[in-house]
Design a binder for this molecule. Structure first.
Ligand SMILES: [Zn+2]
Length: 101
């Protein structure tokens, strides 16, 4: 996964396209990321007791990782991530400004 928890990302596809926030959770097996406060869906809930109204709850749904782009903290632009191997460590770098991410 090129995106990590705590990364700032921009959504490039779907209903929240253009919006930005921080990655709250990464789900590598599903290839998805959970971005706080984005991709929210309302789910109707039924009332548990008679006479009470049912309501809606808001659920943040994970997004496919292809739908987000990392925002480089240095150049502040959405960027594709590139890897660079240095001393046997894989490091992420910004394609635009070559900053280590
Ligand atoms: Zn950059």
């Amino acid at each position: 996964m090129k995106i990590r928890k705590g990364d700032k990302v921009r959504i490039i596809k779907g209903k929240d396209r253009g919006r930005e926030n921080t990655v709250e959770e990464v789900l590598p097996k599903k290839g998805k990321v959970l971005v706080s406060g984005l991709n929210i869906y309302k789910k109707a809930v039924r009332s548990k007791q008679q006479g009470q109204k049912g309501g809606t709850v808001e659920i943040t749904r994970p997004l496919p990782v292809e739908n987000v782009m990392l925002i480089c903290p240095k150049c502040n632009k959405p960027t594709r991530v590139r890897y660079k191997v240095e001393e046997d460590k894989k490091r992420r770098i910004c394609k635009k400004c070559q900053n280590l991410l």
